[in-house]
Design a binder for this molecule. Structure first.
Ligand code: FAD
Length: 290
């Protein structure tokens, strides 16, 4: 199923994210995680590409497991900064063969100490989106940054480039994580004023251990509200309490989003079905699954 169809309705959707293994020997374990996550009946499941400790080698295979084994719509991420156009084309071909129709098209982080872009590389996600569109009937999503992408001088410059992605054929956007919903509401207002009117899926990261937060802030430059920092300060040395507080915080963020009309939420579940299950349970009368 095309994700753009799911996002057209006012029904609440909650989706989950997985990352693929580094080595093929781990595939069976990861497939079990897919099955456990699928049992929660998320609206769709995304599989990252070369991010958060995984590689790109098994993204399509795991997306195949989501779509064709567990029968949940799959969203395969695809980045281009570390690949040639030929490599990207071969992944697109694989996606077609597996009938995976949804792609989150990303530039990816620019590899350090590399000449970028080489002549046979895409420079921006918008170029990749345009090319994927020309290579098949895909439903394409893109990334957006409520606090601005770290490389952009201003949020307005970033929004101009975001508009280029939508004009290139991006049918929905998934946000970078944020910990204060007002940041998202401000962003959505600014985006709409610039004519960016595709559905925006709010990305929520349940922070369930204290080390995560340092990494998140250093990688993405996220603003962390004092209310959230107080939780980390209070519970960081008590893993069970930190887990519970992180799940409660993410749940509260999601409820506030839905109450304010943001009906589509993507949880950065980081291959942790137990955390996803706890949040789904907290939302069992809000996100009702058959
Ligand atoms: P772009 O849209 O190309 O933007 C990158 C920067 O370039 C921005 O500052 C933008 O304003 C600027 N820009 C864009 N177009 C132009 C232009 N024409 N001229 C000048 N400047 C321009 N990374 C992974 O490696 N694997 C993943 O699976 C992955 N999944 C992600 C999922 C989500 C929801 C998000 C939010 C991020 C994800 N990332 C992933 C991280 C992402 O790859 C990085 O944030 C990367 O630095 C930017 O990718 P992008 O697609 O947003 O790039």
């Amino acid at each position: 199923m095309r994700i753009s169809e799911l996002l057209k309705t006012d029904e609440v959707t909650i989706s989950c994210e997985l990352f693929p293994p580094k080595q093929g020997a781990q595939l069976d374990n990861y497939k079990k995680i897919v099955g456990d996550m699928a049992a929660l009946k998320p609206a769709y499941m995304s599989v990252t590409y070369g991010a958060t400790g995984g590689t790109s080698d098994y993204t399509v295979e795991l997306a195949n497991e989501v779509r064709n084994v567990n029968h949940i719509p799959a969203l395969a991420h695809l980045t281009c900064a570390s690949s040639t156009k030929e490599k990207v084309a071969s992944v697109i071909q694989e996606l077609k063969e597996k009938q995976i129709e949804n792609v989150l098209a990303l530039r990816g982080d620019i590899p350090q100490n590399a000449d970028f872009p080489l002549p046979n590389q895409y420079k921006h996600a918008s170029e990749l989106i345009y090319d994927i569109k020309s290579q098949g009937d895909f439903c394409i999503g893109g990334a957006c940054y409520p606090e601005g992408h770290p490389e952009a001088e201003t949020i307005f410059e970033d929004l101009d480039h975001l508009k280029e992605k939508v004009e290139a054929g991006c049918e929905f956007l998934t946000t970078q994580m944020f910990f204060d919903n007002n940041i998202l509401y401000n962003f959505m207002y600014k985006a709409l004023k610039r004519g960016i009117d595709v559905p925006v899926v709010a990305g929520i990261m349940p922070v369930t251990n204290a080390s995560q937060i340092k990494r998140i802030v250093s990688l993405s430059g996220n603003m962390v509200p004092p209310r959230f920092l107080a939780i980390v300060d209070r519970f960081k040395d008590d893993p069970k309490a930190m887990r519970q507080a992180g799940i409660a915080y993410a749940t509260e963020q999601i409820i506030d989003l839905i109450a304010n009309g943001v009906n589509h939420v993507h949880i950065y579940t980081m291959n942790k079905p137990d955390i996803a299950a706890a949040i789904f349970e907290n939302l069992s009368d809000i996100y009702v699954r058959e």
